[in-house]
Design a protein around this ligand. Structure first.
Ligand code: WQD
Length: 350
């Protein structure tokens, strides 16, 4: 089975994807510079991997360390790369654009140079629905016009453009650009999840903190949208479904010599409003999520959800987990680790 190089593999989606790769028989080397992850994640992953723990290795390092990349690619003979590594906070990218371009874009140039040198030209890229910009209609198909609306979004879009150019220059490249919609949930064990950094921008980490009593109430950004209940609609997808989508993508790039470079949406194809999500969370966890409807957030779109036909036809993949699964798994993680990976380790979690 393919030996896979996973950049940013201790992050939220990278860590869940690595475990699912192991379940499918792959072996994995993770590179992570720990700028936005904890080494403790690897400890949790090893516990969950059980007898497959020896099939994954963690290397602390940075994509811009060309000597390190050379060493890894020479020694490991990877069959494929999944590239997650990158800063991902929209607001932070506005304050620190240079750091975002350097880390996200320049890191990717170094990665592709090493892949080309070592003739490992099979890449799965962690892209985002953010490359569609402010969409007017939905569902979104992969041929929608692209327009980033933040430095973060531009680092994703510029990477996509680079990968398209690279693939056009040499047919040996096989590249899938996986455009995630709204990743939520956690590993069903409750031992792996998204680490809450500071005041969450995203909905579900904030809902989680309100439910834990760490915050007084949730601000619902906008109650006057032209939607059934007035709140905005998104396509929330379980992180375990996303992980399976990456395994399907690795299978395709290893097998399909004529792939070239293709974008694929990873979403459920279903829209859920903020108020519907709050209701689902309370119903499936028993926790309470007090909220107040406030003004719309600048830059938010009304309704966004994915067209999923291409993911089904090209990858043979579709999401399976429900909103209830997303809420239950997110709550199991939050309850067990209320401070994420900074939660004091209990006896039974050694
Ligand atoms: C979802 C909905 C908010 C917080 C973001 C990134 C995008 C991509 C996906 C990475 C919206 C509402 C939120 C809160 C709220 N990520 N909300 N109160 O904006 O769809 O997209 O995640 O690639 O780049 O921008 O996700 O979770 O921030 O918001 O009412 O406290 O929840 O208005 O309608 P978004 P989100």
């Amino acid at each position: 089975m393919p030996h896979v190089f996973v950049t940013g593999g201790l992050g939220f989606i990278g860590s869940h994807t690595t475990l699912v790769l192991l379940e499918h028989g792959h072996s994995v080397v993770i590179l992570d510079n720990l700028s936005n992850a904890f080494e403790r994640v690897f400890t949790h992953m090893k516990k969950l991997a059980g007898d497959k723990a020896d099939k994954m290795k963690f290397v602390q390092g940075d994509l811009r360390d060309k000597a390190l990349l050379d060493k890894l690619f020479s020694e490991e003979k990877f069959d494929a790369v999944i590239h997650f590594a990158g800063f991902k906070a929209v607001g932070e990218s506005v304050e620190k654009p240079l750091e975002y371009y350097d880390n996200n874009f320049c890191g990717s140039v170094a990665l592709l140079e090493a892949m080309r040198t070592h003739k490992c030209m099979n890449l799965v890229f962690s892209s985002s629905c953010t490359v569609y910009g402010m969409v007017e209609k939905t569902p979104i198909t992969e041929d929608f016009p692209l327009a980033a609306v933040s430095p973060y979004g531009r680092t994703k879009l510029f990477q996509e453009d680079m990968y398209r150019d690279v693939a056009a220059s040499d047919p040996s490249w096989r590249i899938l650009l996986l455009r995630y919609f709204n990743p939520v949930g956690a590993h069903p064990s409750g031992d792996l999840g998204e680490h809450p950094v500071g005041i969450p921008n995203n909905l579900m980490p904030y809902v989680q903190q309100v439910a834990l009593g760490q915050r007084e109430f949730l601000r619902v950004f906008g109650g006057d949208y032209p939607t059934p209940d007035g709140s905005a609609i998104r396509d929330y997808i379980h992180v375990m479904d996303l992980a399976e989508g990456h395994v399907a993508a690795v299978k395709l790039i290893v097998e399909d010599e004529k792939l070239g470079c293709k974008p694929v949406n990873l979403g459920t194809g279903r829209g859920t409003s903020v108020l519907e999500m709050i209701k689902a969370f309370e119903e499936n966890t028993g926790a309470k999520v007090p909220y107040k409807v406030v003004d719309r957030r600048a830059g938010d779109t009304i309704a966004v959800w994915a067209a999923t036909e291409l993911a089904e036809s090209l990858l043979g993949w579709k999401s399976k987990l429900s909103l209830a699964d997303m809420c239950r798994d997110q709550w199991a993680w939050a309850s067990k680790y209320p401070q994420g990976y900074e939660t004091p380790v209990k006896e039974d979690q050694q």
